[in-house]
Write a protein that binds this ligand. Sequence first.
Ligand SMILES: Nc1ncnc2c1ncn2[C@@H]1O[C@H](COP(=O)(O)OP(=O)(O)O)[C@@H](O)[C@H]1O
Ligand SMILES: [Mg+2]
Length: 282
Amino acid sequence: MSAAPRLPRPLDEAGGRAGEGAHAVVGHLARGGVDVTHGPILYLEGVTVSFDGFKALDNLSLAVDDGELRCIIGPNGAGKTTMMDCITGKTRPDSGTVFFGSTIDLIRMTEAQIANIGIGRKFQRPTVFETLSVFENMELALKTAKGPYASVRAKLDSEQLDRIEQALVQVNLRDAVWCTAGVLSHGQKQWLEIGMLLVQQPRLILLDEPVAGMTDAEAERTAELCLSLEGSHSLLVVEHDMEFVSRIARTVTVLHEGSVLAEGSMDKVRGDPQVIEVYLGR
Ligand SMILES: Nc1ncnc2c1ncn2[C@@H]1O[C@H](COP(=O)(O)OP(=O)(O)O)[C@@H](O)[C@H]1O
Ligand SMILES: [Mg+2]
């Protein structure tokens, strides 16, 4: 094995000991804030979202266990992205319940608060800073997570550098740490964005179509990544690529017209006549 390039110790000279208190708060919230002793880490019940009378979500109920890797499939327009919008506070349901653990009512919280308590989301399109290096993107993700009062110029401490390094190893970008993000392949940019989530230590990760546009090899590597996160994180993965889904599938939930059409093992949902009719058979 070749020696990986060293991560920087001080990134700038401006710092001092700034930000350590803020960091402790984020760490505390991300790790400790959610109570899963009496049930699932994510719980939606009877969630309805209407756009001009059209129900994008229609009485949707769903529960995800702590450490679970859950796949969500379903035709375009089924409500998959809207469901993620409700979990992350981007959209407020007309009715229903969305809980993180047994005590945290997500409907009452802002997007920023939800991100801070340990729910990380990757959108469909990668949104990395193309002109910055992989390392700088990771550094920004870590510092942004500390909130608006954290100094962007503060030095990272060694625990934070370790976290960045560990996340880069997980997403297979350790050797690209000094690359400009703009030169990465599409798949690598997606991984960088997942790395930027991981460094914030979320308990629940939402991935919307993570392998769209990836090569087969990249999709395979992404499947391994998802499997490696299972257990230490809870994951909700929306994806159309059935080869990818069958590679990582545990429990699969099929959404259709804003509610759950079927749920179970890949074999079970694959063999479900209704699922075949509305989705897989086409
Ligand atoms: N902001 C919005 N305004 C109006 N309609 C929307 C909005 N967001 C989503 N929709 C509609 O809600 C339905 C579900 O969309 P979406 O959640 O994006 O589905 P999916 O991600 O499963 O393809 C679609 O019919 C879509 O057109
Ligand atoms: Mg979508």
